[in-house]
Ligand binder design. Structure first.
Ligand code: PMP
Length: 395
């Protein structure tokens, strides 16, 4: 038998992983993943992009690169940070990462020691919990409402716990709830954190997929002390398989981050970085994002309308103004995980809500994704879910 490290031994495959594996079957209508619509991946354009990269850069395009990342891509990201998120930054404040998932892992490694605290919204992105776990933190959930983190609750927790090192938040179109923090909430949050010696991770992979909601200043743009690290991603606006994300951070954080990233992968794919940079140069990224946004807005409306029609009246759900997810709340005594086999039996799947809470509990929720399934399957899937819920709620 192989002897594993203590951390490796702590890794367990969950029942939910087994259920989610079933969702790979083609007959399943899956609202479980967070996958973009593949029909919008710009494959024809990418053939031209790849040819242009080889024509212009030849072998250099597949040579090792710097750990910080390909400079033209970092220049493009700096422009986008200003335009989309109101952040003034230079390429030297930016590190390209192998997905924002890698950024989450490295940031916890360089900022948190075992037993120190990470605060997160309750609920929050379960992939972040996975990325933080190897650092051995304690998690404290900060209560949220339909406008994000509740400032008074945050203040209370920060005042009582001097081991807080990180606050992890997703202020726009949150995964899993779809909630977006209004400007007032962002300002109140920054006023509070400015009084404490903590780092804020502002994870924003969905902010460019907005269904009409005005652009809003990011936390990073309101940060005068260099304590916010912004995490961005090309996964949802371009193609997740390229594994391209980025951070924008203060110089001391960038320095340690780069040293740690060297140990992890030396650098993100040099060819992949060029694919994103050349696509932005040769094609219209804004038009591409507009196409994605239009399709997802339509799918959100279809899903929410279908839920209104087919779900029992005491089941509620969020109406997200952007992003990929809606969050469903069942009556308190209904357990979404227990219901899942019944849904799978009807060939429809969601992610039960409890895995989005680092300390567990809250079984009466589930997350639905509306970006990946074609329109007819969205309506059919919600109809089937509605039938299972109606049957369960009758009991
Ligand atoms: N953060 C959030 C909130 C996410 O939802 C995701 C992907 N689902 C990620 C980070 C990771 O994205 P990626 O590594 O593909 O950039």
């Amino acid at each position: 038998m192989t002897k594993f490290s203590n951390f490796a031994n702590s890794l367990q495959s969950s029942d939910i992983a087994a259920l989610l594996a079933l969702t790979e079957k083609p007959e399943i209508i899956s609202f479980a993943g967070g996958l973009p619509a593949p029909e919008l991946f710009p494959i024809e354009e990418m053939k031209q992009v790849d040819a242009a990269i080889y024509a212009e850069e030849g072998r250099q395009a597949v040579q090792y690169g710097t750990t910080e990342g390909y400079v033209p891509l970092r220049e493009e990201i700096a422009r986008r940070m200003k335009d989309k998120f109101f952040v003034d930054c230079q390429p030297e404040h930016i590190v390209v990462t192998t997905g924002s998932q890698q950024a989450l892992f490295i940031l916890a490694q360089i900022l948190v020691d075992k037993g120190q605290s990470i605060l997160m919204e309750s609920p929050s992105y379960m992939g972040a919990i996975m990325a933080f776990d190897p650092a051995g933190p304690r998690y404290t959930e900060v209560p949220t409402d339909d406008k994000g983190i509740i400032p008074e609750a945050l203040e209370k927790i920060l005042a009582a716990d001097d081991a807080v090192r990180l606050i992890y938040v997703i202020p726009e179109f949150q995964n899993p709830t779809g909630v977006t923090w209004p400007l007032e909430r962002r300002k109140a949050f920054m006023d509070i954190v400015s009084k404490y010696d903590v780092v804020v991770l502002e994870d924003n992979p969905y902010g460019e997929i907005r269904y009409g909601l005005e652009k809003m200043p990011s936390l990073k743009s309101l940060d005068t002390q260099g304590k916010v690290v912004f995490l961005g991603s090309f996964s949802k606006i371009f193609m997740p398989g390229l594994r391209l994300g980025w951070i924008v951070a203060a110089p001391d954080i960038v320095d340690k981050f780069v040293k740690f990233k060297q140990a992890v992968d030396l650098g993100t794919s040099t060819f992949g970085q060029r694919q994103a940079a050349y696509f932005c140069k040769l094609f219209d990224m804004e038009a591409h994002i507009a196409r994605i946004t239009a399709l997802y807005a339509k799918r959100r409306d279809l899903m929410c309308d279908a839920m209104k029609t087919y779900f029992p009246a005491d089941v509620t759900f969020t109406y997200p103004q952007g992003g990929l997810f809606t969050w469903v709340t069942l009556p308190d005594d209904v357990d979404a995980k227990k219901l899942m086999p019944k849904c799978i039996a009807q060939n429809v799947a969601y992610v039960p809500g409890d895995i989005f809470y680092p300390n567990g509990g809250h079984g009466n929720h589930f997350r639905l994704n509306y970006s990946n399934m074609p329109e007819d399957r969205i309506v059919e899937g919600i109809k089937r879910l509605g039938a299972v819920l109606a049957e369960e709620l009758k009991k």
